[in-house]
Design a protein around this ligand. Structure first.
Ligand code: SF4
Ligand code: SF4
Length: 265
């Protein structure tokens, strides 16, 4: 049994937590694993193939109940825990994060501990993402608009980007509201753009850059370019990076008299 499995099994058998959420090897890559008994933890793994953001399960009351839960965490999952706590969706101390430092298993039981770890382990963009982003930034406004119109034309409104996002936790989404009908439900150029602009604006200052939306999109729209670029704009305008816990709530729902307003034209 790996040290990670041993630690998870111990937390379950001592009764410290009622559930450990982690990853196990599936047929086509890694998949989420929900452990309620110590023996369930035997197959847990945590490596660079663990790409799904399992932090999204932490806001599912039907899964979590009211007890304490542990989650095996990549840096993206840790940022998710911090952001969800800042947005008052999780209670500090109710989620134990299990991470790996080499062969050793770290157990973090408070947001301060997670924040300290994240501050010491900043995650840079991949070279591929940096190249794509600078290519997009070099386009004129009109070229950029045409690029996104072409991309969004492919959207089939499956909402997989929403379903995969750990920060999309509203019980009722704007796309399901039909009185008034803010966004047309069918897939068409204008309504696709309306949908995605809405999604991205709702993520502004909250997106933790996990890339889950991008990986989930069945028609391969490079959604990560939107979310990464938006995260950069928010950091530049407000000096806040999502998932760092440096603000209570989120940037766009908080007002400071000295906030820049140079984005309003
Ligand atoms: S990268 Fe996508 S899935 Fe991840 S937090 Fe941002 S919007 Fe949500
Ligand atoms: S996952 Fe892709 S196709 Fe599905 S709604 Fe989102 S952008 Fe559209």
């Amino acid at each position: 049994m790996s040290k990670l499995s041993e630690k998870a099994a111990a937390l379950l058998s001592e009764g410290t937590v009622g559930l450990v959420i982690g990853y196990e090897q599936g047929t086509h890559g890694t998949r989420p694993k929900f452990c309620r008994k110590a023996e369930d933890a035997a197959t847990l793994i945590l490596n660079d193939k663990c790409l799904n953001n399992i932090g999204g399960y932490l806001t599912k009351p039907e899964l979590i109940g009211s007890g304490k839960v542990a989650v095996t965490a990549t840096l993206a999952v840790m940022r998710t825990v911090v952001q969800l706590t800042a947005e008052h969706q999780l209670t500090d101390g109710n989620v134990i994060v299990l991470a790996l430092d080499g062969d050793e298993v770290l157990q973090m039981a408070s947001i301060d501990e997670i924040k300290k770890w994240l501050a010491a382990h900043p995650e840079d963009l991949s070279d591929e993402n940096k190249a794509l982003l600078s290519k997009l930034k070099a386009l004129s406004r009109e070229e950029r608009w045409n690029f996104w119109i072409n991309e969004m034309n492919k959207c089939i409104k499956c909402y997989a980007c929403r379903a995969s996002c750990p920060l999309c936790y509203c019980n009722r989404c704007i796309v399901e509201v039909n009185c008034p009908q803010w966004i047309k439900p069918w897939a068409a150029p204008l309504s696709n753009m309306e949908w995605q602009i809405n999604r991205v604006m709702h993520m502004a200052g909250r997106c933790v850059g996990c890339g889950a939306c991008d990986r989930a999109c069945p028609v391969h729209i490079p959604l990560r370019l939107l979310t990464i670029s938006m995260a950069g704009d928010i950091k530049e305008a407000f000096g806040v990076a999502s998932g760092t816990g440096n603000i209570d709530g989120n940037v766009l729902s908080s007002f400071k008299p000295d906030d820049k307003e140079n984005f309003i034209h």
